[in-house]
Each structure stands twice: as C-alpha cells, then as structure tokens.
Design a protein around this ligand. Structure first.
Ligand SMILES: Cc1ncc(C[n+]2csc(CCOP(=O)(O)OP(=O)(O)O)c2C)c(N)n1
Ligand SMILES: [Mg+2]
Length: 351
C-alpha cells in the first residue's frame, strides 16, 4: 500500500492558520490588531477635533492600517530606516511614536517632538527610531530612501530602508529617479506604494497609463509585488519577503498594497464631488480592521469581551493624549521664523 503523503501534507497546511504559516504567534497577531485599532481611534478623534475647530488640519490614514501594520512588523524597529508619508499614522504608531506626540503635532504645540509645532500635522518623524520626517512635496522621500540605501550599502550594515507613498506620487519624477538609482545599485530599499485609488480627486485611470504601479518595477530591474493592502497578514507576508531580500543584499522591491481611502483626502476635501457613496460603502465592507477582527475571532485569538477591553483602553489613551495636547503651551510666536529642526544660521536670519 502506498501512502499519499502529499494529501496529508496538504491537509496539514490547510489546517494551519495563516499567521502560523507566516511565523507569527497568536500574541503578535493580537498586538497587530491592537495597533490598528488604536491608530483608528486616534485618527477618528483627530477628525472630530478638526470639525470642532480645535485644530486647523487633519490628513488621515483611515482604511490603510492593514498594510501599515504589516510593514511595521516586518522591519527591525529602531534599526531599519523608515521614510513614511502623511497617511502613516498606524505605521509610525506601531513603530513607537506615541499618541501624545501625535496629538501635540496635530495641535502645533511647542512640545511636539517632531518639529516643536513648526511642521504641518502628520509630518511623522522620530530620530531615535530612524523615522525620517515626511516632507510636504509628495515623493521627495523616494530618492531620499535610495540615498540612505546607498549609505547603508557603502557602510556594509545589515539595515534596510522602507519608504511609503501613494500611487499618485508615482507620477512624480522623484519616483522614477529614486527607483532607477536603487535598481542600478541593488540598494536595500523597499518601496511600499499604498494604492488607495485616488490622488485627491483624481482617479487611478487619470494617474497612470498602466493598470498597476507594480508593473513599473520591470523598468527598474526589481520585483513588483501586488497584494491586498487591507489584509494585514497578506501585507506582512509580502513585506517580510521583501525585507529579507533587501537584508540579504539581493536588492530593492516595489510593493503595491491595493487599498482604499474611505474618508476625504484631508479635512479640506469633500469627496462627494468625485465619487459615489455606493463605492465608499462597498470598500467599508473591506475595512482592514473589520477583516483583522474577524480573523482573530475565527482563530480564537480575540473574543468580544477582550475587544471591548481594547476599545476602553484605546478610549483612555486617546482621551489622555487629547487632554495633554490641548493643555500644552503653544510655541512663542517669534519661533515661527526659526527653521524646523534648528535655528537658521545668522546670515540667513538677517536676510
Ligand atoms: C509635489 C507636490 N505636488 C502636489 C502636491 C499636493 N498633493 C498633496 S497630496 C496629493 C495627492 C497624492 O496622492 P497619492 O500619492 O495617491 O497619495 P494619497 O493622498 O492618495 O495617499 C497631492 C497632489 C504636493 N503635496 N506635492
Ligand atoms: Mg492615492
């Protein structure tokens, strides 16, 4: 009698939950869910604060938490370099930026550790975590990431660089120059495009003449990988492979997380002018937090009581950060003339 081992193997693999196949423990999955949930609750509070005229501006990461938490878990925190973009609230929170810091930046208060209240909100950075500041012109972080990758290669450390951007930003020259450079030199950079299908009001068909951002990878001699950015585990899996490849000296990757922005572009936008409510409602059913929660429920990693506990803890953290930032002092008015990261040299000051 011959045993059909392949069948046994197959059923074993089928029985193994996806996170186990990816090398994640239950408690890591629960932590990932927690970070997504906390990021969402912070973000929602920021919208409310804007609508209450407490703060001047908010740009949101709602809907993109799945690919962001996946990216955060695939890197070595504080060791690898991260060049985020303005939607990366969940990514930078998971890597260690605190809710208080985020709220201080939102309010533009003096204690904002990112810029002392001199940058716009959502310009995430943390020197001690190797998180390089967002710059307002989109895509500028892409050649910067390649530059850091070049330095890492030159100094022969085992770090990697991850940079994030939207699909609209791939129409910028900076995107093409940055990827070209990384491809030529085989730099340890992961280019993570969070394709949310719009660049403000411009839909994807008007942003690029090819279907996928990842299709462009071929032109820069690197793999292009497409995955479901609303699925936190699929995102983690794709990132993990790309990070391993970069760390082993095998070069850069272009990753495309297919996702959606269910809220307006920013607090200054009215998305009803360029897309239907049905479309938005359709994507809300694919909400990354909903998907992660269902995954945790069906794998007995989370139950309703524990979820309620998480909700209460998140509420306390958000309340604390909010109150702390509201009560904190603004910077003195004359500081508005200083540079973001330090005083200007005397000569420029005089000019
Ligand atoms: C160089 C530059 N051009 C235009 C803008 C204005 N702007 C800010 S965000 C944005 C849309 C970017 O879309 P995408 O890259 O898809 O990112 P998303 O906001 O959709 O996440 C634009 C055009 C800018 N900040 N910088
Ligand atoms: Mg976009």
């Amino acid at each position: 009698m011959t045993l059909d081992l392949s069948e046994n193997l197959e059923s074993k693999t089928r029985a193994e939950p996806r996170h186990v196949q990816l090398g994640l423990h239950d408690d890591q999955v629960l932590e990932m869910y927690w970070h997504m949930l906390l990021a969402r609750r912070i973000d929602e509070r920021m919208w409310i604060l804007h609508r209450q005229h407490e703060v001047a501006f908010h740009v949101s990461g709602i809907g993109q938490e799945g690919c962001q938490v996946g990216a955060a878990y695939a890197v070595k925190r504080g060791h690898d370099f991260i060049l985020p973009y303005y939607r990366d609230l969940c990514l930078t929170l998971t890597l260690g930026l605190t809710p208080r810091a985020m709220m201080l930046a939102l309010y533009g208060k003096a204690g904002d550790p990112m810029s002392g209240g001199r940058q716009m909100p959502a310009h995430y950075s943390a020197r001690q975590l190797n998180i390089v500041s967002v710059s307002s012109p989109v895509a500028t972080q892409i050649p910067q990431a390649s530059g850091i990758g070049f330095a890492i290669q030159y100094e022969k450390t085992d770090q990697v660089v991850v940079t994030c951007f939207g699909e609209g930003s791939t129409a910028e020259g900076d995107f093409h120059e940055g990827l070209n450079w990384a491809g030529i030199f085989g730099l340890p950079v992961i280019f993570l495009c969070q394709n949310n299908q719009y660049a403000i009001s411009v839909p994807i068909e008007r942003e690029m003449p090819v279907k996928n951002v990842a299709d462009r990878a071929y032109a820069y001699g690197m793999p292009g990988v497409i995955f479901d950015g609303n699925d936190f585990l699929e995102s983690y899996g794709a990132m993990k492979l790309a990070v391993a490849r970069a760390r082993q000296g095998k070069g850069p990757s272009l990753l495309e997380a297919k996702t959606y922005r269910p809220v307006p572009h920013s607090s200054d936008d009215d998305d009803r002018t360029y897309r239907s409510r049905q479309e938005v409602e359709f994507w809300k059913k694919r909400d990354p937090i909903l998907l992660a929660r269902n995954y945790c429920y069906s794998n007995n990693i989370l139950d309703e009581d524990k979820n309620q506990e998480f909700e209460e803890r998140a509420r306390e953290i958000v309340d604390d950060a909010n109150e702390f930032a509201r009560a904190a002092p603004y910077p003195p008015a004359q500081e508005a003339l200083n540079g973001v990261w330090g005083p200007l040299p005397e000569i420029e000051r005089a000019g």
